[in-house]
Write a protein that binds this ligand. Structure first.
Ligand code: SAH
Ligand code: SF4
Length: 370
């Protein structure tokens, strides 16, 4: 049975066409599911009863199962969702004065194995389905108490920004991510502007091209090193898609991007990539690309060989970039009292050998990223 929750608007319309139903019926169902958070066909009162029964017999609306919901003293919320076979993924809501950002996962685990990332260290379990990705938004809206009568259009909107920066590499699960993005952007679903939806990638270049053509949203690129020699060791996908190609791909992405800059994420690792000469090399590397930098002080996890630099060293790195005219922010830590800060999330995800349940690194974002 198809799970209607994860069907992009055009796919839902196609399904209704196959059933001999008019396109506006698909729109009604879309609104029931995503505007009003309804998962029960019987409650869709403006559909004729026979259609409701037909849908009940042939389709389902199944959101991911919420396992836990923790609130931090600073308002940050952390949701844990079952992903089957003992796996789980996490979603974090970060409220700020002017916005509320939901940090969404796209895979259980990650195959790309970046040296400083706990998710990568666990290995890859599986891609999340489109329903599991958009379902994080669906469930968070419910848990955050959005007033269903206001749909997503009034001031009552709680989640104003979405960042695909949780567990996994979004561009390694492109088809499902694009379906979920289309729902985030659709006025009959979540109605978010493209500028308020950000995909974070470690740089899978062919997928960046596809995203630019199919569904351009704001882009954050995990840079982490100014040279290929260093990036090869920190972000292994760099061996396949080196920096010169990545920079060219960023420039091309900007031609269709909804924002006129790329956000570069840069995890600061003491003595590894945080030296003054690293900052200077970075400035040279990105000089032809309109960009902002978001520096993420490293969050250690058990067994990680890296350390977070001292505050003063972080400040100096940021100032070097700022002095070169690059807008630079340092990612705030939020929700650390509930282990929801970068590198602190302790999901129940098993690694691919199913031996250990490790701690997760899901980053918390600063407003500047989204
Ligand atoms: N796979 C995507 C998105 C998820 S990771 C990507 O790599 O961009 C989101 C961000 O968290 C990335 O910039 C990543 O480098 C960062 N990150 C991973 N582990 C971290 C850690 N231990 N401390 C701080 N940031 C970390
Ligand atoms: Fe995967 Fe991103 Fe972690 Fe790298 S940093 S292992 S791409 S989740």
């Amino acid at each position: 049975m198809p799970n209607l929750l994860g069907l992009a608007p055009d796919a839902l319309a196609a399904l209704f066409a196959d059933m001999g139903e008019k396109p506006f019926r698909a729109t009604q169902v879309l609104r029931w599911m995503h505007h009003f958070g309804v998962a029960d066909f019987a409650a869709m009162t403006d559909l004729a009863k026979p259609l409701r029964e037909k849908l009940k017999a042939t389709a389902e609306i199944t959101p991911p199962v919420l396992i836990s919901d923790q609130a931090s003293g600073d308002g940050t919320r952390k949701f844990l969702f079952a992903a089957g076979n003992g796996n789980a993924v996490e979603t974090v809501f970060i409220p700020e004065t002017e916005r509320g950002t939901l940090c969404v996962s796209t895979q259980a685990g990650c195959a790309l194995d970046c040296a400083f990332c706990a998710t990568g260290k666990q290995g890859f379990n599986r891609n999340l389905s489109a329903a599991e990705i958009i379902g994080q938004l669906w469930q968070a809206n419910k848990a955050l108490g959005r007033d269903p009568q206001n749909g997503n259009s009034g001031e009552a909107r709680v989640i104003s920004n979405v960042v695909l920066m949780g567990m996994g590499e979004p561009l390694a699960n492109l088809e499902n991510v694009i379906a979920a993005l289309r729902l985030m952007l659709d006025d009959n679903a979540y109605g978010l502007s493209r500028r308020r939806v950000t995909v974070s990638t470690s740089g899978i270049l062919p997928a960046m091209e596809v995203l630019a053509a199919a569904c351009p949203v704001a882009l954050a690129v995990s840079l982490h090193a100014p040279t290929d020699a260093l990036r090869d060791t920190l972000v292994p996908i760099n061996r396949k898609y080196p920096l010169a190609d990545l920079m060219a791909a960023c420039r091309r992405y900007l031609e269709s991007a909804p924002r006129d800059f790329i956000t570069f994420e840069y995890v600061l690792l003491e003595g590894v990539n945080d030296r003054p000469e690293d900052a200077r090399a970075l400035i040279a590397l990105v000089r032809t690309i309109p960009c902002k930098f978001n520096l993420i002080p490293f969050n250690p996890f058990p067994g990680s060989p890296y350390r977070r630099p001292a505050r003063e060293r972080i400040r100096r790195f940021a100032e070097t970039l700022l002095a070169a005219g690059i807008i630079t922010t340092i990612r705030k830590t939020r929700g650390d009292d509930i282990d929801a800060a970068c590198g602190q999330l302790a999901g129940q995800v098993r690694d691919k050998t199913r031996r250990v349940a490790e701690r997760q690194a899901v980053p918390i974002l600063l407003e500047e990223v989204s």
